[in-house]
Design a protein around this ligand. Structure first.
Ligand SMILES: Cc1ncc(COP(=O)(O)O)c(C=O)c1O
Length: 463
C-alpha cells in the first residue's frame, strides 16, 4: 500500500487511481450479513478502523459526562483484565475482593453509618445502579404495605422533571408512576416543598439529583430530607430518599465536603454514582450503595451457586467486564482523597473560568456557572432572534467541538440552551480554544438573516 500526501506531485493519470487499500479476493465487504469467508485480521482491522475515523473526537466532546482520558497505567491494567468476567468471583477472587473494597471505600466516603458492613455493588453505569436503588425502594414499600394489610399495586416515585432518562426507564420497566415536578421560571430542578406536595401513602421514595444533567446544579438534598421529616411528623408518612449522584457523588465529597447530601442525612437510603463519569474511569462502571443492610431487602439478593461457590448477587446483568472495576480501584489508590480533590477542583476552575469567558462575549446568558458540578448551561440573550443555540452548536461542530443544544422540559419548553461538561483532561488551554472558536463564529452568525437550525433540525441530543 502506498500512502501519498494529497499535495505530492502526481505522475501519469493511471497512477491517480487509488491504490487498493484492502487486498481482498472478493470485491466487497458485506455490511449487514456475515461475510461468507474469513478475511485477514489486518484487513478486518483496517476496514473497521477507517470507518471509525468518522466518529467525533472524544476529547472535544463536551456533551458527555463520561471519562475520555485515563492514565496509561490504568489503560495497562484495563488491558490486563479485559478477559475477566466480574461474575466469576470464584475464578477471579481478587477482582471480586477489589469490587468489595471499592464498595467499602464509597460507603465510607458517603458517610454510611457502618462502612465496615458496606452494602452495595458495581454495575454497568448509573442507569443500572438507579434501577437497583429504585427496586429496593419499591420492594421495601411493598413489604410495609403488606405488613399493614394495605394494597401495594400503585407505587409512585417523586422527582423533578429534570431527571435523567434512566428514571423514566425505571418507572416504565417496573410499573411505577413517575410524579414529576415541572420547572418553573428560573428554577430548573426539584424544590423541597413541591416534592413533598406530591408524596402520599403510595410514594416509594423521592429521587434527588446531585447534580442535574440539564444544568449541573445540585438539588437541595438536605432541604428535601428536612421537608420529608416534617411530613412524617405531620402525617406519619415515612418517605425515603434515593440520591442520584451519577456525577456529584464523585465531586461533592472532594470539593464541597461540608455539603450534606449523603448518608449523614438519615433519610437517604441509597446513592448511585457513575464510576465512568467523575469517578474518572472509561465507560462501563457504576455503583450503588445502601446506607445499611436493612435498606436492601434480602429477597432481592440472589444466591448463585457458581463454579463451586455460593455468592450473593444483586444486578440486572450476569456477565460483566471486570476491567472497569479494577480501573476504579486504580484511581482510588493512585489519587486518594487529595488527588480526587485536585482533579475535581481543577475541572471546576476550568468550568467557572470558561463560563465567565462565554458571558464576557456579551451575547449569552449563563443559567449556571459550573460552580457545583463543573458543568454549565447557557442560552442566547433574549433579543438575539436571527440565530439559535442550535446554530451555535452547529457552528462549533465545524471545528470538531460537540456542544449540545437542547430544549428544556415543562414548564420551560420555551428555553433552549447549550451545555458544557468539563471533565478530567479538559484544560484551560482547550477551554480558551473553544472560546476562540466561538468568537470566530459569532460574526458570521450575527450576519445571518434568520435562524437555520432549531430543535427539530439540530443534531439529536439525548440525555
Ligand atoms: C443524573 C444522572 N443520572 C443517571 C445518568 C445515567 O448514567 P449512566 O450513563 O452511567 O447510565 C446520568 C447520565 O448522564 C445522569 O446525569
Amino acid at each position: 500500500m502506498t500512502l501519498r500526501h494529497p499535495s505530492a506531485p502526481s505522475a501519469a493519470k493511471p497512477e491517480l487511481s487509488v491504490d487498493p487499500l484492502y487486498t481482498l479476493e472478493s470485491g466487497g465487504i458485506p455490511r449487514h450479513r456475515l461475510p461468507a469467508r474469513e478475511m485477514p485480521p489486518d484487513v478486518a482491522y483496517q476496514v473497521i478502523h477507517d470507518e471509525l475515523m468518522l466518529d467525533g473526537n472524544a476529547r472535544l466532546n463536551v456533551a458527555t459526562f463520561v471519562s475520555t482520558w485515563m492514565e496509561p497505567q490504568a489503560e495497562k491494567l484495563i488491558a490486563e483484565c479485559l478477559d475477566k468476567n466480574m461474575i466469576d468471583k470464584d475464578e477471579y477472587p481478587q477482582t471480586a475482593e477489589i469490587e468489595s473494597r471499592c464498595v467499602a471505600i464509597l460507603s465510607n466516603l458517603w458517610h454510611a453509618p457502618d462502612p465496615g458492613r458496606a452494602t452495595g455493588c458495581s454495575t454497568t453505569g448509573s442507569s443500572e445502579a438507579a434501577m437497583l436503588g429504585g427496586l429496593a425502594l419499591k420492594r421495601r414499600w411493598q413489604k410495609r404495605r403488606g405488613a399493614d394489610g394495605k394494597p401495594a399495586d400503585r407505587p409512585n416515585l417523586v422527582m423533578g422533571i429534570n431527571v435523567q432518562v434512566c428514571w423514566e426507564k425505571f418507572a416504565n420497566y417496573w410499573d411505577v408512576e413517575m410524579r414529576l415536578v415541572p420547572m418553573e421560571g428560573d428554577r430548573f430542578h426539584l424544590p423541597a416543598d413541591e416534592a413533598v406536595k406530591l408524596c402520599d401513602e403510595n410514594t416509594i421514595g423521592v429521587v434527588a439529583i446531585l447534580g442535574s444533567t440539564f444544568d449541573g446544579s445540585y438539588e437541595p438534598v438536605k432541604e428535601i430530607c428536612d421537608a420529608l421529616d416534617l411530613l412524617e411528623q405531620e402525617t406519619g408518612l415515612d418517605v425515603p430518599v434515593h440520591v442520584d449522584g451519577a456525577s456529584g457523588a464523585f465531586v461533592a465529597p472532594f470539593v464541597d465536603p461540608e455539603l450534606e447530601w449523603d448518608f449523614r442525612l438519615p433519610r437517604v437510603a441509597s446513592v448511585n454514582a457513575s464510576g465512568h463519569k467523575y469517578g474518572l474511569v472509561y465507560p462501563g462502571v457504576g455503583w450503588v450503595v445502601w446506607r445499611d443492610a436493612d435498606a436492601l431487602p434480602d429477597d432481592l439478593i440472589f444466591w448463585v451457586n457458581y463454579l463451586g461457590d455460593n455468592m450473593p448477587t444483586f444486578a440486572l446483568n450476569f456477565s460483566r467486564p471486570g476491567a472497569q472495576v479494577v480501573a476504579q480501584y486504580y484511581n482510588f489508590l493512585r489519587l486518594g482523597f487529595e488527588g480526587y480533590g485536585r482533579v475535581q477542583a481543577y475541572a471546576r476552575e476550568v468550568a467557572t473560568r470558561l463560563s465567565g469567558s462565554i458571558a464576557e462575549l456579551g451575547l449569552f446568558e449563563l443559567l449556571t456557572r459550573g460552580d457545583e458540578l463543573p458543568v454549565f448551561a447557557f442560552t442566547l440573550r433574549s433579543d438575539v432572534d436571527n440565530y439559535t443555540v442550535f446554530d451555535v452548536s452547529n457552528a462549533l461542530r465545524e471545528r470538531g467541538w460537540q456542544v449540545p443544544a437542547y430544549t428544556f422540559p415543562e414548564n420551560r419548553t420555551d428555553l433552549a440552551a447549550l451545555r458544557v461538561v468539563v471533565r478530567r483532561g479538559f484544560t484551560h488551554d482547550l477551554a480558551d480554544l473553544l472560546v476562540a472558536d466561538l468568537r470566530r463564529q459569532l460574526p458570521r452568525l450575527e450576519r445571518q438573516p434568520e435562524p437555520v437550525h432549531d430543535g427539530a433540525t439540530a443534531t439529536a441530543f439525548a440525555h
